[in-house]
Design a protein around this ligand. Structure first.
Ligand code: SF4
Length: 481
């Protein structure tokens, strides 16, 4: 998403770097008919993939599949892959090997297992996966999920299926909608994809090649989905897109961009909070910036990746903006919303990055003051212009720079959280806490906030005052009204 880069996760909900998000469902019934079959989906990478996994579960539920978090129980295993991380494809092949062992064990019991690879590695590797891994039955790129039912049926009947064509408008129009039960099971904060793809072609990034050109969903589709989510009890909606603020549409003959869409969505009764991610600095237009000062439901948190503070490197990365232009956006956003938390992505060690370039990145970080970030060493993605560049930075220097950069960012994160101690805030209760009698809510700035309470409060907005903070969370007392 924007910054579905070479590197980061581009999303404000951190997922552990090397631990893929495992979408599980505790054998939940997924609604519709039941064919007695189970599906296990392993989701790697960004929230876009989490969203896609949910849509795949929706489609399969309507074919009678129940989701499971136990691979050994699954008749259908899907690896919903991400191409962002280094050696992404190799990790997928190694997971395919693991599934193969399960497949063999199940076969000894007379059970059949169908294996599919979906997501960005599927898109990038296509037939190569079929060639290298004969146990794979299905390879499906991200723009083909509306055909998943048919593809799975064909794969189960013995055909080896590869679909990686781009037909994204059709995907948006035909994706199965989740049932009320499915929405409720996924919690009070939901994602809603409004845009996919990227036309920016940053020289380190594979997204334009794996997700295709920027395509926006229609206003009506988005509003309808938002209503469905809210009617099922969702309180917070995060609009998703690789370049979410490149979203555009039309309503009543007028051109809309993301700002106008946010105004419209904020009118939905029962919707308590809105967020969007991930944004590109060049698409932060005036209406969107103003919206932060005018829409109460729009939370004061902006994920706005910059990658580097050096204009030389930004140019070489093809970012289409300078560090001063980035800073100008930050200043304008903070002018209308002074408490705005800024999150970002950084790549260190891009080809040609000198000590001075790196210091410029450190200066920019000091100037912005980030609340949370994703930072990585540059690593080449085959097929991207960055992979062909000279002046590569030695790994040892990259590692050294990353350490320094992350130490500064961690300091800023802790400062940000500690500055919230004693400050009253509203949190949206999302789930139970680690300890008995505790529940966890989300602050406007996306921090996890732990208070005493029980699950009957999930979905409520509760006024609290934090009493302590660390890098991971705030501990708070509720304010008695
Ligand atoms: S190419 Fe697009 S998706 Fe990739 S980092 Fe650049 S803006 Fe983000």
């Amino acid at each position: 998403m924007s910054e579905l880069t070479n590197t980061p996760t581009h999303v404000p909900m951190p997922t552990p770097e090397d631990n893929p998000v495992i979408t599980t469902a505790d054998d939940k019934s997924t609604g519709g008919k039941n064919n007695g079959k189970k599906v296990f989906i392993k989701t790697y990478g960004c929230q876009m993939n989490v969203y896609d996994t949910e849509r795949m579960e929706d489609a399969l539920a309507q074919d009678g599949y129940t989701s499971t978090d136990v691979m050994e129980d699954a008749d259908l295993v899907l690896l919903n892959t991400c191409h962002i991380r280094e050696k992404a494809a190799e990790k997928v092949y190694s997971d395919i090997g693991r599934v193969n062992k399960v497949k063999i064990k199940r076969a000894k019991k007379g059970l059949k297992t169908t294996l599919g690879v979906t997501g960005c590695v599927a898109q990038a590797e296509g037939k190569e996966i079929m060639h290298r891994a004969p146990i794979v039955n299905l390879v499906a790129g991200p723009q083909t999920y509306h055909n998943l039912s048919r593809m799975v049926e064909e794969a189960e009947s013995g055909k080896r299926v590869v679909e990686t064509e781009f037909e994204i408008e059709e995907k948006f129009a035909k994706l199965k909608t989740p049932t009320r039960k499915q929405i409720i099971a996924r919690g009070v904060a939901a994602f809603l994809t409004v845009q996919e793809g990227c036309d920016k072609f940053c020289t380190f990034c594979v997204v334009p090649y794996t997700r295709g050109a920027e395509v926006s969903r229609s206003v009506d589709q988005i509003i309808e989905e938002a209503h469905r989510l809210v009617d099922a009890g969702v309180g917070e909606v995060t609009l998703l897109g690789q370049n979410v603020n490149a979203w555009h549409g039309a309503k009543n003959g007028k051109e809309w961009r993301l700002g106008e869409l946010l105004y419209k969505l904020s009118e939905i009764e029962g919707l308590k909070r809105l967020r969007y991610t991930t944004s590109h600095p060049i698409d932060m237009d005036d209406v969107l910036i103003e919206a932060h000062g005018k829409i109460d439901k729009l939370m004061p948190y902006l994920h706005l990746p910059v990658q580097s503070g050096s204009d030389k490197i930004l140019k070489s990365m093809n970012r289409h903006h300078t560090s001063a232009e980035y800073m100008d956006v930050i200043k304008r956003v903070r002018k209308v919303r002074p408490d705005m938390a800024i999150s970002g992505d950084f790549i260190v060690g891009f080809p040609g990055e000198s000590d001075e370039d790196f210091e410029q990145t450190m200066d920019l970080i000091r100037e912005v003051g980030y609340s949370s970030t994703y930072s990585f060493k540059y690593s080449e993605r085959p097929g991207t212009p960055g992979a062909e560049m000279d002046n590569k930075v030695p790994e040892s220097i990259k590692a050294e720079r990353l350490l320094r950069l992350q130490a500064l960012l961690r300091e800023q994160l802790i400062d940000f959280n500690q500055n919230c101690v004693g400050k009253e805030m509203d949190i949206l209760i999302e789930k139970k806490g680690r300890d008995a009698g505790q529940i966890v809510g989300r602050s406007p700035w996306l921090q996890a906030v732990v208070i005493d309470g029980d699950m009957s409060e999930v979905g409520n907005i509760v006024r609290v005052k934090p009493k302590s903070a660390n890098a991971a969370a705030l501990m708070a007392d509720r304010i008695k009204s």
